[in-house]
Design a protein around this ligand. Structure first.
Ligand code: C5P
Length: 232
């Protein structure tokens, strides 16, 4: 799969999600279904969006004992999603088990990426709450390396880290980057942001864009602008 723009469908109901997706009459954007929408509507929302012809990144960030993650990934794989994820902090053994569970009998599987440290975690909370004393940038890179060694396809990271991840893990290791804003847009609660064009320059493979598209006066135009800056 090449570079693409993934729309974060952070809605709390199927009704709102379809009202949003109905605006897209031409293209079928790649969409991200996160915990909010999945817990509100269950697996049927995945099937329905898939039936409409969209690719799906199911962002449920699994983190549990390897056996539970393996069996849960097998269920998610049968939902025919295109990409899903887990927490790298669950250990390499958990990530390997996830890959096993995700792989279908015919050998195909969705793309599997890891969350390293959440962008809401900073050096202070990592040291105080998690007792991890290394610099957070090193922790992120170490977790990315673990994900690579476990056989995963990439990581979710800040676009500012995408270049370093590629240096360490190779250009084929995918970087999926949220925190994208237009140069003339609202930053909102995202702290470290980049424009789609900057994310392209720095080598992000996929950008995840929520409110700059979902809250735009013209969401289709905002999506097309992202695609024009990032992909075309
Ligand atoms: O609306 P906005 O563009 O900020 O949405 C970004 C999306 O990416 C949200 O679904 C958010 O949960 C997700 N995300 C993030 N930062 C991370 C991981 C995921 O913003 N580190």
């Amino acid at each position: 799969m090449g570079k693409d723009v993934i729309i974060a469908c952070d809605f709390d109901s199927a009704e709102k999600t379809f009202a949003f997706l109905d605006k897209f009459t031409g293209r079928k954007p790649f969409v991200k279904i996160g915990m909010e929408l999945y817990y509100a509507e269950g697996p049927s929302i995945v099937r329905e969006i898939k039936k409409r012809g969209h690719k799906i990144f199911l962002d449920l960030k699994l983190h549990d004992i390897p056996n539970t993650v393996k069996k849960s990934m097998a269920v998610l794989s049968r939902l025919d999603v295109d990409m899903t994820n887990l927490h790298a902090s669950g250990t390499k053994r958990m990530m390997e088990a996830a890959l096993e569970g995700l792989t279908r009998p015919d050998g195909t599987r969705p793309i599997l990426i890891a969350v390293t440290q959440l962008t809401s975690t900073d050096q202070e909370s990592m040291e105080k709450d998690l007792l991890i004393k290394e610099p957070i940038a090193d922790v992120v890179m170490h977790y990315a390396q673990n994900a690579k060694e476990a056989g995963l396809d990439g990581v979710v990271c800040s676009p500012l880290e995408a270049g370093k991840v590629h240096d360490r893990c190779g250009t084929g290791f995918l970087t999926v980057t949220p925190g994208v804003r237009f140069a003339d847009g609202d930053v909102g609660d995202q702290k470290r942001v980049m424009t789609p064009a900057e994310a392209k320059r720095i080598g992000s493979d996929y950008i995840v864009v929520g409110r700059p598209i979902t809250a735009a006066a013209d969401p289709v135009a905002a999506y097309e602008r992202c695609v024009a800056e990032f992909v075309d």
